[in-house]
Design a protein around this ligand. Structure first.
Ligand SMILES: [Zn+2]
Length: 313
């Protein structure tokens, strides 16, 4: 994209003023932070739609959590090379969304194996290639791969827990059921007590609920909470602790409860979109416009008695 210097000056001026009024501004996009010995968190650049990545060093290779968009994959790959000379052997797609998986071909091209729970591939069959083709209209990084659709993960996980243990470190890939998407995968490091949560737990108002099972979401997080967890590394937003799991679960419970109460009173979706207010305790996850979409998704899920993600777009 070609931009004039005047545009850039304006953009910087705007960024400056935004930075002043955003208080949740421990955000530090495109930086890499060490979380535990040889476990790095790379904060995605939201301006480019990128998700976060986690780089985990094993004895002879690296594991990367999430493929990201293609441009995010390239950025994460460059940073992986910076922190370690070992090759990336596995890239775990936490779910089927483009910002977590469309970069798969970038990783495959350097010999990494993309891996995900089997429901991720199944969701790709349901939703693609329509979403890819849509993304290619707005995203040069997707368009320039010249593909008809996304590259599915090369390896499926068919059981709820899959373990990699090379003696130096144990890494568990876990599926607790349907929350953000049907194939939601977590990565857990038991010794380091690190949990990579994908978009099943995010840190901020970044919840997209159209493919979700909103009613089941808290149960998934409560299952994850049974693990010994010190650090939660979310798909979007900055790292946190266990409070990200409990807070996100509470947000989904409050959303569901408020919308259910309205449905029981015979209210219309527009009325609920205008009136639903969630408690301040879940304020981290609330933003007006996205809340309207989340209320609509919860409304449809409750009305039709099926997970929102089952209902199509
Ligand atoms: Zn997602």
């Amino acid at each position: 994209m070609v931009r004039s210097p005047a545009f850039l000056l304006l953009a910087f001026a705007l960024l400056g003023s935004v930075a002043l009024c955003v208080s949740r501004s421990d955000a530090d996009p495109n930086t890499v932070k060490l979380i535990a010995p040889s476990v790095w968190f790379r904060e995605g650049d939201m301006e480019q739609g990128h998700c976060n990545n986690i780089i985990i060093e094993m004895k002879d290779y690296l594991i990367v959590v999430d493929a990201n968009y293609p441009s995010g994959a390239k950025a994460a790959m460059a940073d992986a090379k910076r922190v370690s000379t070992k090759p990336v052997k596995y890239v775990f797609d936490t779910h089927h969304h483009g910002d977590h998986l469309y970069g798969n071909p970038i990783w495959s091209a350097v010999g990494a194996t993309t891996i995900a729970f089997k429901q991720v591939g199944e969701e790709l069959k349901r939703f693609e290639p329509a979403r890819w083709q849509n993304a290619a209209k707005n995203r040069p990084d997707v368009a320039e791969l010249n593909r008809d659709g996304p590259e599915p993960p090369k390896q499926d996980i068919n059981e709820p827990v899959y373990v990699l243990n090379d003696g130096s470190r144990k890494v568990e890939f876990r599926h607790f059921g349907w929350a953000h998407t049907r194939g939601d995968g977590f990565v857990y490091l038991p010794k380091e007590q690190v949990l990579c949560s994908g978009d099943a737990a995010v840190n901020g108002p970044y919840n997209y609920t159209a493919d979700a099972n909103i009613g089941n979401w808290p149960a998934v997080l409560q299952a994850a909470e049974k693990l010994k967890v010190k650090y939660v590394l979310p798909g979007h937003g900055v790292p946190g602790g266990r409070e990200l799991l409990t807070g996100q679960a509470q947000f989904m419970s409050e959303l569901y409860k408020a919308v259910k109460a309205g449905v029981d009173q015979g209210k219309k979706v527009e009325e609920l979109q205008a009136s639903v207010k969630l408690p301040a305790s879940v304020g981290t996850w609330v933003k007006e416009n996205s809340l309207k979409n989340q209320v609509k998704d919860a409304f449809e899920e409750i009305k039709q008695g099926k997970p929102r993600g089952e209902l199509g777009q």
